[in-house]
Write a protein that binds this ligand. Sequence first.
Ligand code: G
Ligand code: G
Ligand code: MN
Ligand code: NA
Length: 253
Amino acid sequence: RDCERDLSRALAEGTLAVWFQPIFGQAGREVAGLEALVRWHHPVHGWIPPGDLIAAASAAGLTESLLRFILEQVCTMMLTLRARGLGDVRVAMNVSPREMAQIAVDEIVLGRLRALGLPLPMLEIEITEETALDIEATQGKIAALSQAGIRLALDDFGVGYSALASLRALRADRIKIDRSLVTGLTAVDDKRGLVQAVLGLGRALGLDVVAEGVETAEDRATLEAMGCRFMQGYHLGRPAPAEATLRMMADLQ
Ligand code: G
Ligand code: G
Ligand code: MN
Ligand code: NA
């Protein structure tokens, strides 16, 4: 695709958007966090998947600009939440292995939050095992973020192959169980067994566990009965623009 010029224009004009999906705590009764998800509606090609967007940004030398753009939207959301007395709501941002390896994510993130007077533990960075395994390029940055107080979540947990080692190396605060293990777990014994095992792992290590991909009331009830506190998925709330997300949160209060 020759989206690269369009991407630099979209960055300049701000036509890219960051949407937010709620992460519920207390088994679905309160919004404990929001996950920022980038969205780009290209005038000709339509919705561009985030993975393609990030690849196009890299090819165009715009990786850092894109990260800074997304971070800015995330910071705006954090400032708004604080202004509304919702400073306990954590905001999570995905950082891909390539972004973590290629740019000074630690300096950029810490610099921006400090400049805006935002509490560092209000931001969570979601990384995957792949990032954790690329130790040489990423370990120093991850440690700097974590030591400064930024939270770390290990995303897509349960589909990689050395997940347990990553958890230790990263000192993650949170595990997000990949939705392939969660969606439909009520009817599938081995999914339920795996989710139960990850919940036990979280308890043993003192880590919060989030179940992603909760698509039905039935799966939500099953997860609640299993003692899962944090849930995310289309059944509970879809990704939406900032204003719609804030309205949804106000309606819940
Ligand atoms: O939002 P959606 O379900 O289409 O996301 C698809 C993939 O893109 C997921 O793996 C998600 O983590 C990733 N993604 C979404 N938004 C961002 C972002 O802002 N930055 C990075 N690096 N990845 C993102
Ligand atoms: O890799 P990561 O977990 O960051 O991916 C998040 C992606 O999952 C987002 O693109 C989001 O739109 C999508 N998503 C969120 N909730 C659900 C859900 O309940 N079902 C499905 N199929 N996708 C979901
Ligand atoms: Mn994620
Ligand atoms: Na995930």
